[in-house]
Design a protein around this ligand. Structure first.
Ligand code: NAD
Ligand code: UDP
Length: 355
């Protein structure tokens, strides 16, 4: 049931993978979505397709091609529309790149968040949902990770997430009118069941499933498995994969809490399934869903990788009344549906989206 037809949600990074799926769920849930994205790692085609799937609700979708560090442009948007809350996805997310070029990450991820929060405060908009990451748990000694686990930055990327989390806690302590929900995502995969929107990384895919998908459509010859000597059932790394539509729905639940519970404060929630799946199990599930063989090359461990990472979902279930419902089979089915319909994502073999 729509929460409130009139609520306007500004979605930074809304043209990206998780953002586009969340914008769709917002529109279908009766919200207005104002997307701000510089299209650094995305395509306007994603926004067009979200509108298409949303049908009549597309009239509640607005897109601004704006960089978040452009304070003047952000101010203009907040002046022209009353924003009720912000979901902040925008950021760069390649761990390796952040190690090579930390200044880029501090500028793009941290400065843009600082600018956004300043503009929000000056317009009296004090409701925020922020994309944090399970990377802040580092390599925990035990799993599942609960929200109380000690936090650690494994890379400049992870450090931007940690610092922004801390900044949000400071802001709330200074001014209790803020309501902030920090969502620590585990591993989003899959695509909308329509197959019209999905993940379309620019350049070389860093994450497992985008890589598997590109092997399946013939863009890459084999998947390199990073390590088969971990203490896991088959020796490969274990992660908590979550369907991107479940993840998107988690944001709607977070917003619902922010709007309905004046005591929200600044809270953090894991968004995962609570289950671990190994690399080889993921590959087997994808092969089954697609009917494609994924050739493997076994290589050494990727530096900085943890062995087993999955999260406890108890807090989100209890307080956000949200629980992931899609299975690994659904994730692989929907990933393949998207990949087979869009082997080059939103682009074509010759476009800049494809390297
Ligand atoms: P994505 O790259 O698909 O989306 C991010 C979007 O932000 C892109 O559309 C990009 O163009 C935009 N953007 C980047 N910098 C910007 C700026 N300065 N101004 C305006 N727009 C800008 O990534 P995603 O997978 O959808 O991730 C969304 C968020 O979730 C990110 O903050 C990411 O760190 C976080 N996260 C992602 C994962 C994952 O595995 N995908 C896991 C944990 C956390
Ligand atoms: N992985 C792999 N080959 C790849 C990409 C990833 O074997 O090309 C493994 C990686 O070592 C980890 C799992 O797949 O065990 C998930 O990796 P991803 O980068 O998707 O997520 P993260 O490690 O950030 O949780």
């Amino acid at each position: 049931m729509p929460l409130d037809m009139a609520k306007s949600i500004l979605v930074t990074g809304g043209a990206g993978y998780i953002g586009s799926h969340t914008v769709l769920q917002l529109l279908l849930g009766g919200f207005r979505a104002i997307v701000v994205d510089n299209l650094d790692n995305s395509s306007e085609e994603a926004i067009r397709r979200v509108g298409e799937i949303a049908g009549e609700s597309r009239e509640n979708l607005t897109f601004y091609k704006v960089d978040l560090r452009d304070k003047g442009a952000l101010n203009k948007i907040f002046s022209s529309t009353k924003i009720d809350a912000v979901i902040h996805f925008a950021g760069l997310k390649a761990v390796g790149e952040s190690v090579q070029n930390p200044l880029l990450y501090y500028d793009n991820n941290f400065v843009s968040t600082l600018t956004l929060l300043e503009v929000m405060a000056s317009h009296g908009c004090k409701k925020l949902v922020f994309s944090s990451s399970a990377t802040v748990y580092g390599s925990p000694k035990v799993v599942p990770c609960t929200e109380e686990f000690p936090l650690v930055a494994m890379s400049p990327y992870g450090r931007t997430k940690l610092v922004i989390e801390e900044m949000c806690r400071d802001i709330y302590h200074a001014d209790s009118e803020w309501s902030i929900i920090l969502l620590r995502y585990f591993n989003p995969v899959g695509a909308h069941p329509s197959g019209h929107i999905g993940e379309d990384p620019r350049g070389y895919p860093n994450n497992l499933m985008p890589f598997v998908q590109q092997v399946a459509v013939g863009r890459r010859s084999a998947l390199t498995v990073f390590g088969n000597d971990y203490s896991t059932t088959d020796g490969t790394g274990v992660r908590d994969y979550i369907h991107v539509v479940d993840l998107a729905d988690g944001h709607i639940s977070a917003l619902r809490k922010i709007f309905e519970d004046a005591e929200t404060g600044c809270e953090v929630y894991n968004l995962g399934t609570g289950k671990g799946t190994s690399v080889l199990e993921m590959v087997a599930a994808f092969e089954k869903a697609s009917g494609k063989k994924i050739p493997l090359v076994i290589a050494g461990r990727r530096p900085g990788d943890s062995e087993i990472l999955y999260g406890s979902t108890i807090k989100a279930e209890k307080e956000l009344k949200w629980k992931a419902k899609y299975t690994i089979e659904d994730m692989c089915q929907d990933q393949w549906n998207w990949a087979s319909k869009n082997p080059y994502g939103y682009g074509s073999p010759g476009s800049t989206n494809y390297k």
